[in-house]
Design a protein around this ligand. Structure first.
Ligand code: GLP
Length: 269
């Protein structure tokens, strides 16, 4: 059965609510298809989702033994064992605590010598794995997804990207100073992300409210790369009250969710 195409907006009370809702969407996907190909994201936002998934693995037997994963991005020039690399982030906060097989994990390699060759081979491995079933996304304050900064082509593929100043400032907290933040990153492109069968974007807090509004209700624009989600047939956006506060149609989105719950058939993620 094919799910009805939709852009679904779920507004939860707080960060814990987002994390539980996102984890249950991901768990449902894995329980339906144990060999699911997951696209994964880093940043503070998905941390709670990973915590919930780890809990489900420990307490409810959720198994990742057949799951294949592809991460969105990695800082360029950081070796995998650097404490600030997205490699380290993913292993510490998720992979080391569930039963994903190491050979089923792919994260862009920030140390590659031949960037073009590497990017093409990353795309090829996604294709060989059968494509991404569910891609998890956060959103930057400038409306980026992955590291697709304002001005990125909406058809872009995995490539090397220059970070925007705002992103460098936002991520300085992890590096102990702006001067230590890498200026370049390898990231899946918007075209790559749009090929995933389902997208799940999370946002929390008032500082994301502008980006969320522009992404969901703004015009489709390369200046807000998350607005490309509007082109995708299966998108679920899970946000908290604070991140939802600039949405003009937020009462309508709540109403739609209430109606959806009263309809029996599965309307997709
Ligand atoms: C980085 C990541 C994005 C992430 C964004 C927001 O730029 N490349 O994937 O969505 O930060 O991060 P946070 O969730 O910490 O606000």
């Amino acid at each position: 059965m094919h799910a009805v195409p939709r852009l679904r907006v779920i507004i939860e009370e707080d960060y814990n609510g987002i994390s539980r809702a996102a984890a249950s969407i991901i768990a449902k996907e894995i329980r339906t298809k144990p060999w699911t190909v997951l696209g994964l994201a880093t940043g503070s936002t998905p941390l709670g989702t990973y915590r919930e998934l780890i809990k489900m693995h420990r307490e409810d037997g959720l198994s990742f033994s057949l799951v294949r994963t592809f991460n969105l991005d990695e800082y360029f020039g950081l070796p995998p064992d650097n404490p600030q690399s997205y490699h380290t982030f993913m292993f510490e906060n998720f992979f080391d605590q569930v039963n994903v097989k190491p050979e089923n994990i792919s994260i862009p390699d920030g140390m590659v010598a031949d960037v073009e060759l590497f990017c093409a081979s990353y795309e090829e491995s996604i294709r060989k794995a059968g494509g991404i079933d569910l891609q998890l996304l956060g959103i930057g304050r400038d409306g980026h997804i992955g590291f697709n900064e304002p001005g990125s082509s909406l058809g872009s593929r995995t490539r090397l990207k220059t970070l925007a100043e705002e992103t460098v400032r936002d991520n300085a907290r992890f590096f102990g100073g702006e001067d230590k933040v890498p200026r370049l990153a390898l990231t899946m492109g918007i075209g790559t992300i749009l090929e995933a069968r389902k997208l799940l974007m999370l946002a929390s807090g008032a500082e994301k409210a502008g980006a969320v509004k522009n992404a969901i209700e703004g015009p489709l624009s390369s200046q807000v790369t998350a607005s490309a989600l509007q082109l995708h047939p299966q998108v679920t956006v899970v946000i908290d009250e604070q991140a939802a506060k600039q949405l003009e149609k937020r009462e309508y989105y709540r109403y739609v969710e209430k109606m959806a719950k009263s309809v029996e058939h599965d309307t997709g993620i």
